[in-house]
Design a binder for this molecule. Structure first.
Ligand SMILES: C[S@@+](CC[C@H](N)C(=O)[O-])C[C@H]1O[C@@H](n2cnc3c(N)ncnc32)[C@H](O)[C@@H]1O
Length: 256
């Protein structure tokens, strides 16, 4: 039987790698590195750096594969993601068939943690349930961008005894501030925080967390939102890409 390791590698700082993740990479015969086109070469470079720092097994191979672009035209968001996963499942299946012999192990280096807005686990489930490739799967957790955000701002994520919502820019308007007092927002290309009018809302924002170009801004949303928009636009222009995340909060500890 083949084995597939889905390894969380943290969010940009090679020192986010856990001992378990380092051991997992060193147990693999083949290390699969996704590449995402010209603008996001830094993300593949960080994975290459992790391999060269930590992998000491001389006979393992690095196999890079291009992640197909998600098609959005003439289809709903769900249809678009489902089609994209089907295309990715075909890519993964080919990798496992062509690159691993029986008894060998392959490792996918997954940004952050594999359980958080990442589909490697479900795409490999798709491949397995199609019956075309047989393999065991193990998941090795990693540092998420949520942890990196909270650490960089030196804050706890939740108010005392209160829940935390994790959502996307697309869905933020449904929840904060009327349904949730603490929302973590990921995958926000639209800067959905700009539509929030609440004078008591506070924001903790971070981009490129863990990398050398990390930027963090925090403060009352109404006072800092323009600074965030400006910093975001400048950084995006300078680096050609951006990944950002933020925490919106209102209320305080021990408030009923
Ligand atoms: C496809 S999701 C992957 C999340 C990842 N699995 C994790 O554990 O954080 C990508 C989103 O995560 C957030 N993100 C990931 N890495 C980040 C970083 N280094 N700095 C800021 N945000 C990051 C951004 O919201 C980005 O749009």
């Amino acid at each position: 039987m083949k084995t597939v390791l889905i390894v969380g590698i943290g969010t940009g700082n090679p020192e986010h790698m856990t001992v378990q993740a380092i051991k997992a990479l060193n147990s693999a015969d083949c290390l699969f590195i996704p590449t995402k086109g010209e603008t996001k070469t830094q993300l593949a470079d960080i994975r290459r750096d992790i391999v060269s720092r930590y992998v000491t097994k001389s006979e393992s191979r690095v196999v890079e594969f291009e992640v197909p672009v998600r098609q959005t035209q003439d289809r709903s968001y769900h249809r678009s993601v489902d089609d994209w996963h089907a295309t990715l499942a075909a890519v993964y299946e080919r990798l496992l068939t062509d690159q691993l012999r029986e008894g060998q192990t392959g490792a996918f280096l997954v940004w952050g943690d594999p359980m958080l807005y990442d589909s490697t686990i479900r795409i490999l489930d798709r491949v397995r349930s199609s019956g075309t490739a047989a393999f065991n799967v193990s998941v090795i957790p990693g540092i998420t961008s949520i942890q990196a955000l909270a650490a960089s701002h030196r804050i706890p994520l939740n108010l005392v005894g209160k829940p935390v919502e994790i959502t996307t820019g697309r869905r933020l308007a449904e929840s904060f501030p009327h349904k949730s007092e603490t929302s973590v927002v990921m995958l926000d290309g639209q800067q959905a925080f700009l539509a929030i009018e609440d004078p008591d809302a506070y924001i903790y924002w971070g981009a490129y967390l863990g990398t050398e170009q990390e930027i963090v801004i925090s403060g009352p949303l109404s006072l800092v939102k323009d600074d965030i928009v400006k910093a975001r636009a400048e950084a995006r222009q300078r680096h050609g890409w951006i990944m950002d995340i933020y925490l919106l909060q209102k209320g305080s500890d021990f408030e009923e």
